[in-house]
Design a protein around this ligand. Structure first.
Ligand code: SF4
Ligand code: SF4
Length: 217
């Protein structure tokens, strides 16, 4: 149980239920957020181990997902972000420079980790942040906004990490080094820079004053 964040059921003026989040410490991290959501799910939700319901949707990866996913490889080597993305992700850069890194999917759109016969996630303990922070209940606006920012920043951080690995000698994932395909100026440091674990991501560093005040309210 996290003492720095709590998730609870909220009901709006129209009677709609949602999962809400309140931070109770300025030191709350992404790990505290995930723990609060896990506690909430254990108390309020049916046991979920993945299912075809949402395991067919785009699942973006963030830099802090890499250590857990790397444990699925026999040897992630010197370039763990490259090893993980090569094994499990689809990295793409559009002509306009927009980049995306998502868990690889099969032709029928199911996630590469979904056991389709059993309808469960084969790699539940290593699943990424986007899956850990999702379940079958709407999110309150402040939780939704926080989750979106963490995912968007974290995906940018993963791109920065991949570019750093390539600058240090990792063989490019795409036909050319990412630094040649992307404008590094579009990926400035974020509040997650240098954070390779959920517990290292300080939520205060990832949000503006308005959302921060909302999360403490
Ligand atoms: S959260 Fe997703 S995986 Fe879990 S039960 Fe709901 S639809 Fe299935
Ligand atoms: S990692 Fe697991 S929980 Fe996440 S989309 Fe894939 S099968 Fe579903």
């Amino acid at each position: 149980m996290s003492s720095r964040a709590k998730a609870f059921l909220s009901v709006d003026e129209n009677g709609n239920c949602a999962c809400d989040l309140q931070l109770v410490s300025p030191d709350a991290t992404a790990e505290d957020l995930l723990q609060a959501l896990a506690d909430f799910a254990a108390e309020n939700m049916a046991d979920c181990r993945g299912c075809p319901g949402c395991c067919q949707e785009r699942a973006p990866l963030i830099a802090a997902d890499i250590p857990a996913l790397a444990t699925l490889l026999p040897d992630a080597g010197r370039w763990p972000a490259h090893a993980v993305c090569r094994a499990f992700a689809r990295v793409s850069v559009e002509g306009n420079g927009a980049a995306d890194i998502i868990l690889r999917r099969r032709e029928n759109n199911s996630c590469c980790f979904l056991d389709e016969a059993e309808g469960i996630c084969r790699e539940w303990p290593a699943r990424p942040f986007v899956c850990r922070s999702h379940f079958c209940l709407p999110r309150s606006p402040r939780l939704q906004e926080l989750r979106s920012r963490l995912i968007n920043q974290g995906e940018d951080e993963l791109l920065r990490l991949l570019m750093a690995e390539e600058a240090a000698g990792a063989p490019p994932l795409l036909e050319r080094p990412l630094a040649e395909l992307l404008d590094a100026a579009d990926y400035p440091p974020t509040g997650q820079s240098g954070c390779l674990r959920y517990a290292e991501i300080l939520l205060r560093s990832c949000v503006d004053d308005v959302l921060w005040a909302e999360l403490l309210r």
